[in-house]
Every structure is written in C-alpha cells, then in structure tokens.
Design a protein around this ligand. Structure first.
Ligand code: NAD
Length: 493
C-alpha cells in the first residue's frame, strides 16, 4: 500500500523576488515554471532586471551596515540559526512539494533528504561559529598581535536547479552564520521552493535585508548580480562553462569566488571488491536524484575479470527501477528537469552507439506511465559499454540517468582512465585489498575519494573539485575561510 499523496500546498501564480523583507514583482519579463512530470505550466516567474538586482544588493548592504546582524554576538546569531533550522524543518513537507513541482525529483527523496539537509545546514553552521577561534602572537619586543575574523559584507549566492534548496541553503546558512548578508539567485527553472524558503526564514524572525532573493535568467539577473559593484564575494554552484564566465566577471573587480562545478566522476570496481556493495552504490550513484547530480559516479570502470557479471547484474537491476510519478512514494526515478534536458540526455544514446558503444539497458524516453504523465520528461535508466575513455559519453557530463561503463586490465590503466577527463570532483573506489585502496586514494585526482563507501557528504570536511570541477571548497572550516576577512591587530603587550 502506498503512502497517500500529500495534500498540495499553496502554489503562487507569480514567483516574485524578495528584497528587504518584502516581495518585489519584477520587470515585465515572465518565464514559465513547468512541472516536469506532466509538462504543464504550474506558475510564472517574474524576472528581476538590473534595477531590481540593484535594490536587492542595496538592501543587503544596508542590512550589513545597520541591521546589527554583522555585529551580533555569537550566542544571539546561534539562537537565530537554530530558529531557522526549526522553521525549515517544520515546513519540510511544503518545501518538498514545491520543489517536486518544478524539479520532478521524487517527493520522498526531497522530503527525507533534501529538506532535512536544508534545515540541518543552519544547525551545522550554528555549531561551527561556536567553535571559531582567533590566534594570538606574543612578540618579545613588547607587542602582541591578535588575529581576528570579520564578516566580508554582501555575498552573491548563485544556485543550480538539480538540488535547489539543499544546495542554496548551505550557501545561505554559511554566509549569514559568519555575519554577512546575501542575495540569492536560484535557477530560473526551479524557483518555487526557494522563494518560499526565504519567506519562511523571515517568518521565523530573520531581520529584513539579511537574506534577499532575485529570480531570473543567469545571463540577465545572474550577470547583473555578479557585476554589481557592492557585491563583495560570489559563491557559485553550476556548470563549468558558467563558472568560467563568473570567475572572469568576479576577477574584473577582484572579488573572491568559490566555484562548485561539473563532474564526470569515476567509480572504479576492482575484482577484489565486495561486488554486492559496489553494485548497490553504483546504482544509487547514477540513478538517484533522477540521475541529475554532480556526485554521480557516471563512469563505472570495471576490472575485466568481473566486468561481464557486474554489467549483467547492473543492467537487470536498472531495468527494474520504477520510473513514474514523483509524487508517489514508491517511485524511484522521476522525470528529468526539462524537455530540453531530456532531449540532450537522449541524444547521447545515439552519440554512444555512433562511437561503437553497446547499449546495455534503457536508451529511450520512458513511456506507458499513465495518461496523466504523457507530457512528462521521463527517460529510462540507461547504461552503455563504451570502447574507449576518449568517447564523448566518457568525457562529457550528461547529468542524467545514464551510466557509461569501461573495462580495464591493470591498476595503472584503471587509474589512468579515472583521471583521464578534464573534471576531478569525486571518485569512488571499491576493493577489499588494502594496498590497492591506499594507493588509489593517493593516485586519484579528485576532491573527494569514497573508499568502499557510497555517496556521503561530511559537512565538516572540505568539499570541491580538482581541475575543471571547481575552485575553492565548501565545508565547515573552508566556509569560515571564505566568508570572513582576517585581520591582524597589533597592540603593546
Ligand atoms: P548552470 O551553470 O546553467 O546554472 C547555474 C546557475 O547559474 C543558475 O542559477 C543560472 O541561472 C546561473 N547563471 C547562468 N549563467 C550565468 C551568468 N552568466 N552569470 C551569473 N549567473 C549565471 O548550471 P545548472 O544547469 O543549473 O546546474 C547543473 C550543473 O551544476 C552541472 O554541471 C552540475 O555538475 C553542477 N553542479 C555542481 C555541484 C558541485 O557541488 N560541484 C553541485 C550541483 C550541481
């Protein structure tokens, strides 16, 4: 028996921006907000133009200077962060519903994972600021230097569509925990839950202007935000091409930025691995979140002696994944986020076979899911066996439920394949042979290496990518470095 579909929550007809504690209707440009499971238009977004972005940054600057947020005692700021945690958690069902309605990720996953994480981010940073300390250097010449940290100012926070609230809440919580104010720009595809999220923070008592939100296209609203002269730092998560543009923009004004970018991460399975565990993790890695995640182990590299068996079991399990209505608790894979994205993901099937790959399972738009879902952007769980790591399906981020398998013969060959892309976000390695995993965790060029471990994020540890997967890191200590200025004050001892 399935759990009942939750009672729908209020969906705004117009998704506005939110500036200085109030909604701002936006310019004349309107963008559609689509439910990917049906293709229906569920709302409309009012795009913020440069004038509204200016209003948002000005509100953030004013709040930084005079709301008292930047100078609040650690205890008071912690109290507020814990209130924000409770408020987000109390609204987890509503936020998950709104997120599902423009993202299409399974509601259960959104409620139980994304929104819990969104709430937890506030508690996490409340704890981090409680542990922050400074340094003292005593000098023999009769002087003493204190090293103190201060908030930087106004942060521009730019978020992608694949996990909107879970990712953006981390940026918001980190920025404000260290005393900054911010302007958040969600993806134009997924504004619904974040718009409500910001309202909920204010209902919980967050002072006006500390968190502002502007909605609109990256090239319009996002660009105006990054270019604004009163923005002091930029935190971006999204595609590598966009990251490059944003860093160039920020560089013009010498504004620090962190970039969390794309991936084409390797999942290496040696013959010495616990294959059942490796198989479970490989399936979760590539097909959870509807296959749209930067952490996906999207290249699965198998040692030859276990390859046939592993692939057969993987394909059999993948074909049994329940594709369908993301609002149902028994669905495992919902639709892709947009029609254009579905078409792009499917185009890689032809690319793969054209390059000599063998289609192992899936490869088509998923159909027969019921009349109500006929207009949805569903794709079957798909996997191909590529002939070379140089193939486009092994080099380009597909960002869908699409696994590319490769086979290797020696340790060196496996590691060379794993490192053989322009990305370096994460890597998974499976082997019960200790010297192999020790060596692999040293040799892999990735910001996170999971050894015999499925995808888990340790928030205290730095997270971010090597090579074109990013610049800078997020995490407890890493966020403290990024969201604070450090000052040395020297006084007579
Ligand atoms: P995207 O780069 O298209 O957009 C990300 C955000 O940037 C959106 O809000 C967009 O409106 C904005 N934007 C676009 N152009 C801009 C510009 N010129 N100036 C300012 N803002 C601009 O990425 P996406 O399609 O939303 O997200 C998918 C990508 O994000 C994938 O590559 C994925 O790997 C990556 N991602 C990385 C991580 C990570 O932690 N490394 C996490 C999630 C997603």
């Amino acid at each position: 028996m399935n759990a009942p579909v939750p009672v729908p929550h209020r969906v705004p007809t117009l998704v506005t921006s939110f500036v200085g504690g109030r909604e701002l209707a936006g310019g004349n440009e309107r963008l559609p907000v689509i439910y990917p499971a049906t293709g229906e238009r569920v709302s409309e977004l009012a795009q913020a133009d440069a004038a509204e972005v200016d209003a948002a940054v000005t509100a953030a600057r004013r709040a930084f200077r005079s709301s008292g947020w930047a100078t609040l005692s650690t205890e008071k700021r912690q109290e507020m962060l814990l209130r924000l945690h409770d408020a987000v958690l109390a609204h987890a069902d509503e936020l998950a519903y709104l997120e599902c309605l423009n993202l299409g990720v399974v509601l259960r996953e959104l409620r139980e994972r994304h929104m819990r994480r969104a709430a937890y981010n506030f508690r996490f940073f409340a704890e981090v600021i409680g542990q922050a300390r400074g340094d003292v250097y005593d000098q023999t010449a009769g002087y003493r230097s204190l090293v103190v940290r201060e908030p930087v100012g106004v942060a521009a926070l730019i978020a992608p569509w694949n996990a909107p609230t879970a990712l953006a809440s981390m940026k918001v919580a980190a920025a404000i925990a260290f005393g900054n104010t911010c302007v958040l720009k969600p993806s134009e595809q997924t504004p619904l839950a974040l718009r409500r999220f910001v309202e909920i923070l204010h209902e919980a008592g967050l002072p006006d202007g500390v968190v502002n939100l502007v909605n609109g296209h990256g090239a319009v609203t996002g660009d105006a935000l990054v270019a604004h002269s009163e923005v002091d730092l930029v935190s971006f998560t999204g595609g590598t091409a966009t990251g490059r543009r944003i860093m160039a923009r920020a560089g013009e004004r010498l504004v620090p930025c962190t970039l969390e970018l794309g991936g084409k991460s390797a999942n290496i399975v040696f013959a010495s691995a616990d294959l059942d565990r490796a198989l479970d993790a490989a399936l979760v890695g590539i097909y959870s979140n509807n296959g749209q995640q930067c952490l996906a182990g999207s290249r699965i590299l198998l040692e030859r002696s276990i390859a046939d068996d592993f692939i057969a079991r993987f394909a059999e399990r993948a074909a049994r994944i329940r594709v369908g209505d993301p609002m149902r608790d028994d669905t495992e894979l919902g639709p892709l986020a947009s029609a254009a994205h579905r078409d792009r993901v499917l185009s890689f099937v032809e690319t793969a076979t054209g390059e000599g790959a063998r289609l192992l399972t899936g490869g088509r738009a998923a159909s027969g899911l019921g009349a109500a879902l006929d207009g949805g952007f569903f794709v079957e769980p798909t996997a191909v066996l590529a002939t070379s790591n140089e193939a486009r399906v092994c080099q380009e981020e597909i960002f869908g439920p699409f696994a590319s398998f490769l086979v290797f013969d020696t340790y060196d060959q496996g590691i060379e394949m794993a490192n053989g892309t322009r990305f370096g976000l994460v890597a998974y390695v499976w082997s019960d042979h200790l010297p192999t995993v020790e060596r692999a965790s040293r040799d892999l060029r990735a910001g996170v290496v999971w050894v015999n471990t499925p995808m888990v994020r340790e928030l205290r540890a730095p997270f971010g990518g090597y090579k074109e997967s990013g610049v800078g890191r997020e995490g407890g200590e890493a966020c403290m470095q990024f969201y604070t200025e450090v000052k040395t004050v020297t006084t007579p001892a």
